[in-house]
Design a protein around this ligand. Sequence first.
Ligand SMILES: *[C@@H]1O[C@H](CO)[C@@H](O)[C@H](O)[C@H]1NC(C)=O
Ligand SMILES: *[C@@H]1O[C@H](CO)[C@@H](O)[C@H](O)[C@H]1NC(C)=O
Length: 381
Amino acid sequence: MSCSLVRLNTVILLLVLFNTGVEAGLINIFAGVVNMVAKVLSNFAPSSETVSYATNMVIGYPLTAVASVVDKICTIGLGIKGHMLWGEVDLTHIKFQLRTACSKYTYSLRDARKLLNNSDFHPSRKVVIVVSGWTQTVNNSDTIDKMAKVFNCRGDVNFLALDMDQYLATFYIWAVQNTDSIALGLAQGLTMLKEVIPIENVQLIGHSLGAHIVGRAGRYFTEKTGEKLPYITGLDPAKTCLAAEQRIGRGDAHKVEIIHSNPGVLGIAEPLGHIDLYASFLRPFANGCMGVICSHMRAVDYYVEFLYPGNERGFIAKRCASWQHLRAEQCTGQNYAMGSKDYHIRGGSIFALDLNPRPPYGRGSISQCGARRSNCGLCQR
Ligand SMILES: *[C@@H]1O[C@H](CO)[C@@H](O)[C@H](O)[C@H]1NC(C)=O
Ligand SMILES: *[C@@H]1O[C@H](CO)[C@@H](O)[C@H](O)[C@H]1NC(C)=O
C-alpha cells in the first residue's frame, strides 16, 4: 500500500513539473485511484464503521500528504508562469441566470437591473447567488440544480446562478487562474444589483473553487463600494493551487460561514471564516463516503438538506475549544445550528458536527423533501 502510494506520489510530481496543463486529468486520476481502492477495501471489511476508519487511515491521511505536496509545487509553478499561458476572461461572457422551477432567464452582469422587469423576480425577497466549482457550467451542474430545487421549493428567495461560460470547465490550473477575474465580474454585477435591491438581502454561496470566487467577489465589492456583503457561505473551499490571497476569508463579508467535508485533500483544512463547521472533524473522508469526490460534494448535500423547510435545526454543531480539540475529536462546547442567523460573531470559531452516513444526514433533520423522489421545487406544469 505505502509502496504504491509513493509511486502515485512520484507520478503526480512528474506530471505537475512537466506539464501543468495535465493537472486536470491528474486530479481525476488521483480521485479515481482513491475511489477504486476504497471500493476494493469495502468488499473485504466487515462493517461500514470499520471501512470508514480503514479508508481514512490507509488512504485518507496519506492522500492529505500527497495533496499538500501537489499544492506546493503547483503554487510555485503558477508563480513562475504568471499569466502568460492563459487568455483573459471576457467579462461579457459572465452572466446571471435567474432560475425558477420552470424557467431560466439570462442577464448580462451590466444589465442586472433588468431583473426588475421580470415578473418572476420579486424585489422584496432575498437574493441568493450560487457559484459552482471546477468543470461545471451553469446548465450542467449538480450543485446548481440541487440548490435551485431547494430554493424554489422554499419559494422565499430569488435564485440566481452565476453563468461562468466555460471558464471553470477547463484545465484545473486555468480555472484557478480565472477565479480572480470571474470574482471581479461578480462584484460588478453586485454593484449593479445594489441599485435596485438592498444589498442586505443578498447571500452568496459557493462550492469548491466557487467558494473562493464568492469570497473574492465580496472583497472586490467592498473595495468598489466601501460596503460589506452581509453573508457568504463557502462549501468545502478548494485547496489545490490557490495562493493565500485568492482564498475566501473572514474579511469578505459580515458573516462568512464555511462547511468542510474533505479537509486537507480537495478542500482546505484550516479555518477560514467566522464560523467553520467540520462535518467529520479532520477526517479526510466524510461519513459514509469512500472517496474524495463524494466527500468534496457532501458539503453541498448537507447544506441543501439543511435548507429544506423544517430542517432549520437539522445540523447542530458543537464548538471546539481549539484546533487541538478538533483534531482529538473532543468538541463539547456551545451549540451552533448550521446557517443560524443569531450567532454573535467574534473572530473565528470552529465547530464539529455529528452526521449520518446516509440521508437524512443531519441528526436533527425532519423534512424528507430533499429525497430524490420529492417534486418540491421542480416544475409542476
Ligand atoms: C423595463 O421595461 C420598460 C418597458 O418595457 C422599459 O422602458 C425599461 O427601460 C425597462 N427597465 C429596465 C431597467 O430595463
Ligand atoms: C442555459 O439554458 C437556458 C434555457 O434552457 C438557455 O437560454 C441558456 O442560453 C443556457 N445557457 C448556457 C450557458 O448554455
